[in-house]
Design a protein around this ligand. Structure first.
Ligand code: ATP
Ligand code: MG
Length: 332
């Protein structure tokens, strides 16, 4: 059976981008057709300036939102990365296969490091090595497919490269994974800055739709989305990024096709209104289920406990193999 692995970082409140680019497919498709693991990758949240209590809170909230979005612990494994030691154990070994040049070429490293510097902070070493830990997350489970938004494809490519290199040098150990992304809304853009990806750790609140935003807040954010001074509604991601973003969001929410949808509108206002309502309706059940789950933290804890046990048992043999293959003496 196809093995699928993916995750979200508890660096902020989950967004419409996370949902459309990743989580929605995990629940609707991946968990039903594969042997899938979904992870709150909390170690990755420590790569940038962070508040310990907030990371803990957001980890719990992310786990609850994964379940609220429809992940079913009977069908897939839901767990927290730091509960399974194998991720960090494998990461070190993969650091011995990766190069520093490779790390410095990663687009997200360049962007996030620049942002940390603008904020006057220093860049944590873990921000540079983050893609190696992500490769470990993926490779530890013999993953075939990694369903992610488009922004993560470079990191999955790196995981592929490291798997191939390790296998060539030390003997076949890892399955070589590949990224999969949705056909529409693989890269949801910030509503206020349509040239930038909507990211949960960005500062521009009004441009980001959070999964837990109240319906009226969602409406306001969508109605105020930056478009352009044109009048006609056409789908042109290069020249009319803000408009194209709204059409993609509407298409993703209604199972439509952006260019086709564009033909049905002759004003931005009507498009925005329909997009806002479509988003509100799509998020409604997720919010409601999250509220129910918040009232039952024991249930979420139980899912995470069981998930970590299952994940540990799956990762252990592969990580042990990697340790042996690279030359480490097995415990005597
Ligand atoms: P951060 O700003 O901390 O990097 P993020 O919003 O990018 O947060 P991640 O935890 O890095 O979220 O990514 C979780 C998943 O959501 C990944 O599969 C990623 O590709 C996807 N994703 C993130 N942002 C978007 C987006 N704007 N559009 C589509 N998919 C996205
Ligand atoms: Mg990200």
């Amino acid at each position: 059976m196809t093995r699928v692995f993916s995750g979200v970082k508890p660096t902020g409140h989950l967004t419409l981008g996370n949902y459309l680019g990743a989580m929605r497919r995990w629940a609707a498709v991946d968990q039903h057709r594969s042997d899938a693991l979904f992870c709150v990758v909390d170690l990755h949240a420590l790569t940038v300036d962070h508040d310990p209590a907030r990371v803990r809170r957001l980890s719990r909230q992310a786990a609850s939102l994964l379940l609220a979005a429809g992940l079913d612990p009977e069908l897939c494994t839901v767990f927290v990365q730091s509960h399974v030691d194998e991720h960090a154990r494998l990461s070190y070994v993969l650091e011995c296969v990766a190069t520093d040049g490779e790390m410095r070429r990663m687009i997200q490293y360049k962007e996030k490091a620049a942002r940390e510097r603008v904020r006057g902070g220093s860049v944590r070493l873990s921000l540079l090595t983050y893609p190696v830990l992500m490769a470990a997350d993926i490779l530890a489970y013999g993953t075939d497919e990694v369903p992610v938004g488009e922004d993560q494809t470079q990191h999955v490519e790196l995981a592929r490269d490291l798997a191939v290199r390790f296998n060539q040098r030390y003997g076949h150990t890892f399955v070589v994974p590949r990224a999969t992304s949705p056909a529409v809304a693989a890269r949801v853009m910030n509503l206020q800055e349509p040239a930038s990806k909507m990211g949960k750790s960005d500062d521009t609140g009004p441009g980001i739709v959070y999964l837990l935003d109240e319906p009226d807040v969602v409406r306001k954010k969508v109605m105020r989305a930056v478009t352009d001074s044109g009048r006609d509604v056409v789908y042109d991601p290069e020249e009319r990024a803000g408009l194209a973003n709204l059409l993609e969001i509407l298409a993703a929410c209604t199972d439509g096709e952006p260019a086709e949808l564009a033909g049905g509108y002759d004003s931005y206002g009507a498009l925005k209104k329909d997009t806002a309502e479509a988003v509100v309706e799509m998020l409604r059940p997720v919010r409601e289920r999250h509220m129910e789950l918040s009232a039952d933290p024991g249930y979420v804890d139980g899912v995470l406990r069981e998930g970590a046990e299952k994940a540990r048992a799956m990762a252990r043999p592969t990580v042990d193999d990697a340790y042996r293959a690279i030359g480490l003496l097995p415990p005597v």
